[in-house]
Design a protein around this ligand. Structure first.
Ligand SMILES: Cc1ncc(COP(=O)(O)O)c(C=O)c1O
Length: 467
């Protein structure tokens, strides 16, 4: 039973502080464990509870056996690293624990969220519009589909639709969340059309136009094109100007999934996002490139009013009261009822660094990508498959082993993971080519860490490179 609560909290904070100090310095990013071993290590739930010393020990075990995503060599996912200001925002949000449903329960945080949304709309070049924080880029893509549906026919919210003729178009390199969204919205995954991409991973606009024209002849109803700025594997940016023209021609909603690529907004490479103001809606994940903890996701649209038209319904009897400030309530914009105050971590980071500081930070990520690309190019043991934005796809070539570069790279990655020294993901092209997908979302990473990573990869490759 917990008795002296303050003492416990102090111990927890000391443990966390110690973890934060040590985690960047340790050699270990991953501690590989089997599910069986973890089942043994993690304490079972009990009827009688436990004392605070045991509880603290539980926390230490969890920290010890979890993946160290704050480590500079955690480059596996499209997030990572650690920032004090953002983390402070996260824990204060958890402590305040409001729901963002109404101004009444979250007055300060509602103002902060609206302010951040407005700043982002401005930066994107939307001269009007609205936005809301969501549970992730996936949810943002889902919301885009719902808004496109509302734009096509506002009454569908009430009546549903009794046909399977809607069509949505994304590139073959788009994120799989579009597939989930097509399922959830009832549009159907077979009505999510994958438009071919070129060798750089960009949607081919001529193909888009051809497919939409053919669909119209078949009686389908195109309602949305989902372009991507920063594809998950290749970091490609779809050609927005040509795509926007096609959307205009066929009167189709243009959504841009900039969950990953949106970070360029806060960088000297802002031109990558040229044309984003042509979109009807945008998904942006600050947790992917800005260094905030998961989840810090925005859905932004230039169509003021569409979020309410899409999401409203219910709750007036107990939650959405008529009161002086009810115009500020954001619950009616959202798919959620209870909604975390995710904005505070981003706001605190932005306050701490200012826009200029955020630009400097993101420029550092671009510098890492350029440095890594250069180093890999110079070394004949590596083969670059593709490099764009903050994505670098490459293989390690075998010297002795008879297996191909794909299988060898896969084996090196497996060994790397076993060593626990670094975590870098791999991906596979449709032709079966397997490669490391090295990404640069981690603000704790420096050039020296990249050199160290490449050294570790080469040492690992040498160790397993036998005939
Ligand atoms: C391009 C793209 N869009 C959307 C998502 C989904 O984002 P989230 O994980 O925040 O749901 C991802 C995730 O990696 C992504 O790469």
């Amino acid at each position: 039973m917990l008795q002296t609560k303050n003492e416990f909290l102090n111990d927890v904070f000391l443990t966390l502080s110690d973890y934060i100090q040590q985690s960047a310095k340790t050699n270990s990013v991953v501690k590989i464990s089997t599910p069986e071993k973890l089942k043994e290590i993690i304490s079972p739930l009990s009827k009688s509870g436990c004392d605070q010393e045991t509880l603290l020990n539980d926390l230490k075990i969890i920290l010890e056996h979890s993946i160290n995503t704050t480590h500079p060599l955690f480059l596996n996912q499209l997030f990572g690293g650690f920032n004090e200001a953002a983390w402070a925002g996260e824990i204060v949000s958890a402590l305040l624990n409001p729901t963002m449903a109404t101004f009444e329960i979250a007055p300060v945080l509602t103002i902060i969220e609206k302010r951040v949304v407005n700043e982002l709309l401005n930066l994107m070049g939307f001269d009007r519009g609205e936005g809301i924080m969501v549970t992730g880029g996936s949810n943002s893509n889902l919301l885009a589909m719902l808004c496109a549906r509302t734009e096509y026919s506002p009454s569908i919210r009430l009546t549903g639709f009794g046909h399977n003729r809607f069509r949505i178009y994304v590139s073959s390199e788009s994120h799989y969340s579009f597939d989930k969204a097509a399922n959830i919205t009832g549009i159907g995954t077979q009505n999510l059309v994958q438009v071919p991409a070129n060798e750089k991973g960009e949607m081919i606009p001529e193909e888009l136009e051809r497919i939409i024209s053919a669909d119209l002849k078949e009686g389908f109803v195109p309602i949305m094109v989902g372009a991507t700025f920063g594809t998950t594997v290749m970091g490609a940016f779809d050609p927005i100007f040509k795509i926007a023209k096609i959307c205009d021609k066929f009167n189709v909603w243009l959504h841009v999934d900039a969950a990953w690529g949106g970070g360029a907004l806060f960088s000297s490479q802002k031109d990558l996002l040229k044309g984003i103001q042509l979109a009807d809606s945008v998904a942006f994940d600050a947790h992917k490139t800005m260094g905030t903890p998961l989840v810090t996701s925005f859905f932004l649209t230039k169509h003021a009013g569409i979020l309410r038209n899409t999401n409203r319904g219910g709750g007036t009897e107990y939650l959405f009261h008529e009161y002086d400030n009810s115009d500020w309530d954001t619950g009616t914009y959202s798919l959620q009822c209870g909604r975390r105050a995710d904005v505070l971590k981003f706001w605190l980071l932005w306050r701490a660094y200012g826009t200029d500081g955020l630009i400097k930070r993101t420029d550092h990520l671009f510098d890492l990508a350029a440095f890594a690309t250069q180093e890999i190019k110079l070394n004949p043991r590596f083969k670059i498959i593709h490099s764009n934005y903050l994505n670098l796809c490459f293989q390690v070539l075998p010297r002795n082993s008879r297996e191909g570069a794909s299988q060898f790279t896969l084996r090196v990655r497996k060994e790397l993971l076993k060593s626990g020294k670094a975590m870098v993901n791999y991906a596979e092209k449709s032709d079966g080519t397997i490669f490391f997908r090295l990404v640069f979302p981690n603000h704790n990473t420096e050039r020296s860490h990249i050199s160290e990573l490449l050294k570790i990869i080469l040492e690992t490759a040498d160790r397993i490179d036998i005939v």
